[in-house]
Write a protein that binds this ligand. Structure first.
Ligand code: UD1
Ligand code: MG
Length: 454
């Protein structure tokens, strides 16, 4: 049988008033990724290629996020926010092009999985006009209630319009719906706004399909799959759910998380085999940790690649553009940004390495700082293979230290250091023999202003 074609419409035009934010609701993040990006990636994983995103007027940032995640997605503007059915019809031109299945996904339900979307489409193949994703939330407030008669789904009642008896119904609308393409426009065209909120409710599609002698079906899933986000409190709950899922995926992939509940991951965090993550570590977006690496406690990583067998932390900060080679050691209170650190190099204590390359097996002493910023532009520091940077040195970029060269402790390096040379850039030490005992002797004589003369 020929696979059914599908158009997914993502509704993202809502103002998200309940978030009390200047940012569009669907741009809020869970696990380091926008709500919209979560939804679009589930749609892509479900094999759906035609996607329309409905945005509000002036929501350029939402359109840009849609394009970033899915360049082929079309955006449609819903000029006035008059309800979810009205929003779907903003993409009428896309629907009119024809598709066997129309999948309507709300941009604020980030946990929907590809397999759930596929399950929801299945009843359309057997003749249903509408399929609704259903769930039994622990707290049903705010959700539409599903009204059933035996096995038949006959209507959805929005909470604002529900009677006390209807509000007691536990089965709720998850906010994802599949409509058969042959009847979608006919059904949508008959939805009115005669309700408490004067909105065109997509949920009325169920009762209208029934009036047209077409079946609607509820497909029940777990609460976490369809958790809708309307408030900051729900965003925080969603983050907790996302973190639990990601920790579980990492554990299943063989990562050792000593205290999983203290490790925070991003949706795109990648781990190799035999990675160990100690308690209290944060992984921002775009981090890849290769086989056998150890991330010690209290480290914070964003946009970094950690090579095989490397050791990071405790208390390390890896910022975007960090590339650590095999067996590199980055120790406590070391910050690395936009820097490539080649195999076996070590920076074990109290350093800042920014806009730099560090050659293989180089040793960066405690307190080394790459002075990369002159107040206007960033400059690079090149440190050669097996170079040795003595503790408490400042490398004033642009500057290069050659392979195998030494920099004496406490140096301020402002000019290139040739290969295998020693560079000293500090005041010469002066020693005054017996000075301290002369001072003590003067003090014991009770002189008011005691000076131990040179
Ligand atoms: C909706 C459902 C409710 C369901 C719940 C699940 C309706 C009428 N109600 O309620 O049955 O239980 O989701 O989370 O559909 N949007 C637009 N344009 C509009 C209005 C909304 O694009 O004019 C978008 C919003 O950005 C959002 C989605 O549609 O992504 C849902 O809107 P929202 O206001 O969150 O609906 P709920 O009250 O949550
Ligand atoms: Mg909602």
């Amino acid at each position: 049988m020929k696979a059914r074609s599908c158009l997914a419409i993502v509704l993202a035009a809502g103002e998200g008033t309940r978030m009390r934010s200047n940012r569009a609701k669907v741009l809020h993040q869970v696990a380091g990724r926008s709500l919209l990006a979560h939804v679009l990636s589930a749609i892509a994983d479900a094999g759906v290629k035609r996607v329309a995103v409905v945005i509000g007027p002036g929501q350029d940032a939402v359109a840009a996020e849609a394009r970033r995640v899915m360049p082929a997605a079309e955006t449609f503007v819903q000029r006035e926010r008059r309800g979810t059915a009205h929003a779907v019809l903003a993409a009428k031109a896309a629907i009119a092009q024809g598709a066997d299945d129309i999948l309507v996904v709300y941009g604020d339900t980030p946990f929907v999985r590809a397999q759930t979307l596929q399950r929801l489409r299945a009843p359309l193949g057997s003749g249903a006009a509408v399929a609704v994703l259903a769930f039994r939330p622990s707290d049903p407030s705010g959700y539409g209630r599903l009204i059933t008669q035996g096995d038949d789904l006959i209507a959805i009642r929005e909470e604002a319009d529900a009677s006390a008896a209807e509000r007691a119904i536990a089965l709720c609308n998850g906010g994802i719906m599949a409509l058969a393409g042959d009847s979608a426009l006919a059904i949508l065209g008959r939805i009115d706004n005669h309700n408490r909120k004067n909105e065109f409710y997509l949920t009325d599609a169920v009762a209208i399909a029934r009036a047209m002698q077409r079946d609607s079906v509820a497909v029940e899933v777990e609460e976490d799959d369809v958790r809708g986000i309307n408030t900051k409190a729900q965003l925080a709950e969603a983050e907790a759910v996302a973190q639990q899922r990601l920790r579980r995926l990492a554990l299943d992939a063989g990562v050792t998380l000593i205290a999983p509940e203290t490790v925070f991951l991003s949706a795109d965090t990648e781990f190799g085999k035999d990675v160990v993550v100690e308690p209290y570590v944060v992984f921002g977006e775009k981090v890849k940790v290769e086989d056998g690496a150890v991330i010690r406690s209290f480290s914070h990583l964003v946009g970094a690649r950690v090579g095989k067998g490397a050791i990071v932390g405790p208390f390390a900060r890896l910022r975007p553009g960090t590339r650590l080679g095999q067996d590199v050691h980055i120790g406590n209170f070391v910050e690395v940004k936009e820097a490539v650190i080649e195999a076996g190099a070590k920076a074990n204590h109290l350093s800042y390495i920014g806009d730099a390359t560090v050659g293989a097996a180089a040793n960066i002493g405690a307190g080394t700082i790459t002075c990369n910023y002159d107040g206007k532009t960033k400059h690079r520091t090149e440190i050669g293979k097996a170079a040795f940077i003595g503790s408490n040195s400042s490398l004033v970029a642009p500057v290069a230290v050659g392979d195998g060269a030494y920099v004496g402790s406490g140096s301020v390096i402002t000019a290139d250091v040739p290969k295998d040379a020693l560079a000293l850039g500090r005041g010469r030490q002066v020693v005054k023999e017996g000075w301290a005992s002369r001072l003590r002797a003067l003090k014991s004589l009770g002189k008011k202003k005691a000076h131990a003369r040179d």
